[in-house]
Design a protein around this ligand. Structure first.
Ligand SMILES: Nc1ncnc2c1ncn2[C@@H]1O[C@H](COP(=O)(O)OP(=O)(O)OP(=O)(O)O)[C@@H](O)[C@H]1O
Length: 463
């Protein structure tokens, strides 16, 4: 679901675009005519399609393919390539639902600006439409421990009101699930629940993503706030909201209305706002990275989501439910979880909390060929570390290396260990290791780790 389908009858252009996109780390598939394009679409829905409007020797032209995509794969953005001077056709394609167009000849930068924007739109559409369809099938919030019961009681009380909630807690502790629980128990349950992944939207795109835009060519493109009308908007990791966007959000909260980018009419929205953070927001305010007024507005009802370390009594229940889920949804073996393995799980450190527990269970079920009860020894190589083993073991070869080589090896091992610890979530990893997300990305690329991390967006989205 993360690749780009390129449809062009001219081999040189097809391959040129493919090379550029591959250099940027995307996976691509190629089609030379409409039949190949339709087959490729049926085989697997791409994240994005780049489509030449003129296709020689094809049953359908670009516009027909575009119409078919809009009918059968409405979440796939389509970028049209048009010949020089064919602006009318390109505009007609946009009216038919194309995402954008580029005119031949184009340069790499022009192509990449459009592709990156379209990929982000695709990711957000998928996230939110899968939620609308209930694609992730609302996971039940499980637990019996005292800490969990306190949380659920708090959420039950909050659900009855319309108050703004700020959920705080460690990564993977279940903040989003708690927000969905509040939505599902509230009078807004029948309306949308829309997530704004504040950490993974490029800051310069944030306002367009939230407020939408309008233009004569493309008409109205509603943003996430508008999509959440009547329901709940969930600001995931609100501490990552760009400083410049914060006063605008504040204004929406006060006035319950806003304007789309490029628009002149005011759009009224009725929203319930739930936010989450794993940062210490008062400290962020003190450091000038978060606005006090916005914090005061969002933090009307603060609810702390306990970490897994504070609810170790729930580990057995959660782990058994994950085994049952993986068996039902992926056909993985329904192995038993004996008490000694539960004890081993309870003695581990869980910095990635419930998400990490879920990942460990999945890996055990995928990797092992055993079919009997899960043994404690099977847990060890799976990422979660016993409480006392913080040290990295780089082995004796390090003494044979030059400093630069050794440093690179350390950086690679260290970053891989941290990424693993945060369940593959790049934004959280970046935050913990004290790097900007984009700098971490560049670092991973320079260390040659990027191949394994290609699906960052998916990981972020599919958490
Ligand atoms: N009480 C629970 N019962 C069952 N599954 C849970 C529970 N809490 C969390 N999970 C599962 O753990 C995973 C992480 O949960 P969630 O995404 O809600 O955490 P989060 O705190 O929002 O994470 P992040 O800080 O990374 O955004 C999800 O797969 C979720 O379904």
């Amino acid at each position: 679901m993360s690749d780009i389908l390129i449809v062009d009858d001219e081999r040189d252009i097809r391959e040129l675009i493919a090379d550029i996109l591959k250099d940027e780390g995307f996976e691509v598939r190629l089609a030379a005519n409409s039949d190949e394009a339709v087959n490729a679409l049926n085989e697997q829905e791409p994240a994005l399609m780049v489509l030449d409007i003129w296709l020689k020797d094809s049953r359908m032209d670009g516009i027909d393919i575009l119409k078919q995509v809009k009918r059968n794969n409405p979440d796939v953005p389509v970028i049209i390539i048009s010949g020089h001077g064919n602006i009318e056709i390109a505009v007609a394609a946009i009216r038919q639902g194309a995402y954008d167009f580029i005119e031949k000849p184009f340069n790499i930068d022009q192509l990449m600006v459009v592709v990156n924007r379209a990929m982000e739109t695709s990711r957000l559409r998928r996230e939110n439409s899968s939620l609308r369809r209930g694609g992730d099938r609302a996971t039940e919030m499980l637990g019996q421990s005292a800490a969990f019961k306190r949380l659920r009681d708090n959420l039950d009380k909050v659900a009855k009101s319309n108050g703004r909630v700020m959920l705080s807690g460690e990564p993977g502790a279940g903040k989003e699930l708690a927000a969905r629980y509040v939505h599902a128990q509230s009078p807004r349950a029948g309306a949308a629940f829309v997530t704004v992944p504040c950490a993974s939207i490029e800051p310069e795109r944030m306002e367009e993503v939230l407020f939408g835009r309008e233009s004569p060519e493309r008409g109205i493109e509603p943003g996430l706030l508008e999509q959440a009308h009547g329901g709940v908007i969930y600001f995931d990791e609100v501490g990552d909201m760009p400083l410049g966007t914060q006063p605008k959000i504040l204004r929406v909260l006060t006035e319950q209305q806003f304007m789309r980018a490029g628009g002149s009419d005011r759009v009224r929205v009725d929203l319930r706002v739930i936010s989450s953070t794993n940062r210490d927001l008062p400290a962020e305010i003190a450091a000038g990275r978060f606005r006090q007024e916005l914090y005061d507005r969002l933090n009307v009802v603060p609810v702390a989501v306990p970490s897994l370390a504070d609810r170790r009594d729930d580990i057995a229940l959660l782990a058994r439910s994950f085994i049952e889920q993986f068996n039902r949804t992926q056909g993985l073996p329904a192995r038993e979880l004996p008490e000694e393995t539960v004890a081993a799980l309870q003695s581990m450190r869980w910095p990635g909390n419930i998400r990490q527990l879920r990942n460990v269970i999945e890996r055990v079920l995928i990797l092992t060929e055993e079919s009997g009860p899960i043994q404690p020894s099977e847990l060890e190589p799976q990422g979660a570390t016993p409480d006392n083993s913080d040290a990295l073991s780089l082995g004796p070869q390090i003494t044979a290396m030059a400093l630069r080589e050794a440093r690179e090896m350390f950086e690679r091992e260290y970053l891989l260990a941290q990424i693993n610890r945060f369940g593959g979530n790049i934004s959280r990893t970046a935050q913990f290791v004290g790097m900007e997300r984009s700098a971490l990305h560049r670092k991973l690329k320079s260390l040659g780790v990027v191949g394994g991390m290609r699906n960052e967006e998916e990981m972020l989205a599919g958490k």
